[in-house]
Design a protein around this ligand. Structure first.
Ligand SMILES: [Zn+2]
Length: 184
């Protein structure tokens, strides 16, 4: 007989092996969209900008993408979130970002958190926290300050947080090394 005795004794071996494999990419998951925000952050890195990226998702579809362009545009307000919010408003033809989720690789700063509350997306998902200057719970929480602000966002922190942080750390390490090299 050619039957495999091991397969016979453990009939579920193959199936449990399949269960252990990485799941097929869920195109509607927070990690998928954060991966898209990370792609934007890498564009910032390539352009010598602090690598932060953002996307806005409306009913499961990306309606805007942006990366930090403070140096490129010589504009201190050109954070990834600000650019993504503006582009999302244009895409929807409305300043109210109802049924939208903003994905950003780093916890928003106070300026961006203020803008987010004004645009009223339902959710904000961010990658790495910013304990020093973050305004989504790190330093302060402007996204959950109702009252006095008239909107509250559901916040999901830490999605692909390590990858987002690694990109920022690499950028600043490289910048420090370049500075040293110039001094020498
Ligand atoms: Zn900001």
């Amino acid at each position: 007989m050619s039957r495999n005795p091991r397969a016979c004794r453990r009939p579920n071996l193959y199936l449990s092996g399949v269960d252990d494999m990485d799941p097929i990419i869920d195109l509607h998951s927070d990690s998928y969209f954060m991966g898209q925000a990370l792609r934007e952050a890498r564009k910032a890195y390539a352009a010598d900008e602090v690598p932060v990226g953002a996307v806005v998702v409306h009913e499961g579809r990306i309606i805007s993408r942006a990366w930090n362009q403070v140096e490129t545009l010589k504009d201190a307000t050109a954070h990834a979130e600000m650019l993504a919010l503006t582009a999302a408003q244009v895409a929807l033809g409305d300043w109210r970002l109802e049924k939208c989720t903003l994905y950003v690789t780093k916890e928003p700063c106070p300026m961006c958190a203020g803008a987010i509350v004004h645009c009223r997306p339902e959710r904000v998902v961010f990658g790495c926290p910013d304990a020093k200057a973050g305004a989504a719970g790190g330093w302060i929480n402007l996204l959950d300050a109702n009252p006095p602000l008239n909107h509250r966002c559901e916040v999901t922190p830490g999605v692909l947080g390590e990858e987002c942080l690694y990109l920022l750390q690499s950028f600043f390490r490289e910048a420090r090394e370049n500075k040293k090299r110039i001094k020498e």
